[in-house]
Design a protein around this ligand. Structure first.
Ligand SMILES: C[S@@+](CC[C@H](N)C(=O)[O-])C[C@H]1O[C@@H](n2cnc3c(N)ncnc32)[C@H](O)[C@@H]1O
Length: 276
């Protein structure tokens, strides 16, 4: 089989074939297209068939290659973590904006990423805000899944911020003692069962299933957050656009004195709730 034939393999899209071939051959796209007539050696062709078969069974490309790009960084991912989604980059962008704001820079901050998964949010924030007095700040990341935390730690080492972030195994705030956070960022599971499709089923259930109405975990989080939030602390939560009004109600119930702002993602969907 030539590279050209491999690229046109039926049953997967050309884009998927490209990603799998780049991964298999450790080359970039430009190389593939300038070597289209090269022959794939037999053992490589065999390995390529296996990768294609995994994709055809519905395994996400990111789990097959072990990589996902997020906020311009390469993250290791496996079946223990949710694959970072592009819309979550907004949460990172907004948090960096908050960090840059004059008021917060004046003091040392405690920053928490609750439900860190692969660590994509907190690591992207730490890596991309090195210039903003970050050395004074304390960074924390928690997850209910020990396996997810292992992945997050691996990514923190990869991006050279392991010593800057404390990783804590915890169900919501249970194992966080006597810390008040100035900034809490949470991308918790928020999907209603009826929205869960086949493609999602290869990802860990506790990463996307939000329980009753999809809001059970977020409501528990909002109920408990007050005790862990510093004075003038800010909360940023990723939501599903369909939950906008329900979340607004919950946020007003638990934080009647905070200002609520909703930010839209690039597709103009309500995506982030900021309580400040
Ligand atoms: C939607 S995923 C987000 C992962 C990652 N932060 C991201 O943005 O891609 C939700 C994460 O929250 C974790 N989680 C679920 N319930 C939790 C709980 N009660 N306490 C802490 N973490 C929880 C899951 O294990 C999962 O890693």
């Amino acid at each position: 089989m030539t590279i050209k034939e491999a690229l046109n393999y039926s049953g997967v899209s050309t884009l998927e074939a490209e990603v799998l071939l780049c991964y298999l051959l450790k080359k970039d796209r430009a190389w593939l297209y300038s070597h289209q007539d090269d022959i794939l050696a037999r053992d490589r062709a065999r390995r390529y068939h296996k990768l294609i078969a995994r994709r055809q069974k519905g395994e996400p490309i990111a789990y097959i290659t072990g990589h996902k790009e997020f906020f311009g960084l390469d993250f290791y991912v496996d079946q223990n973590v949710l694959i970072p989604r592009p819309e979550t980059e907004l949460l990172v962008e907004k948090t960096i904006q908050v960090l840059k704001s004059y008021k917060l820079q004046a003091k040392k901050l405690n920053i928490l990423d609750l439900g860190t998964g692969s660590g994509n949010i907190i690591i992207s924030i730490r890596v991309n805000s090195k210039q903003i007095t970050v050395n004074r700040n304390n960074y924390y990341a928690t997850d209910i899944s020990k396996e997810a935390l292992k992945v997050a730690k691996k990514n923190a080492k990869k991006h050279k911020v392991f010593s800057k972030i404390q990783f804590i195994h915890s169900d919501l705030f249970d194992n966080l003692y006597e810390i008040k956070f100035d900034l809490i960022i949470a991308n918790l599971p928020y999907l209603d069962k009826k929205w869960i499709d086949k493609e999602l089923k290869s990802e860990p259930k506790n990463a996307f299933d939000g329980g009753k109405n999809g809001l059970e975990i977020i409501e528990k989080f909002l109920q408990k957050t007050n005790c862990y939030l510093a004075k003038n602390g800010i909360i940023l939560i990723e939501i599903d656009p369909r939950q906008r009004n329900k979340i607004k109600k919950l946020a007003k119930k638990y934080f009647p004195n905070k200002k609520l702002t909703i930010k839209k993602d690039l597709s103009k969907f309500d995506r982030i709730v900021v309580l400040s």
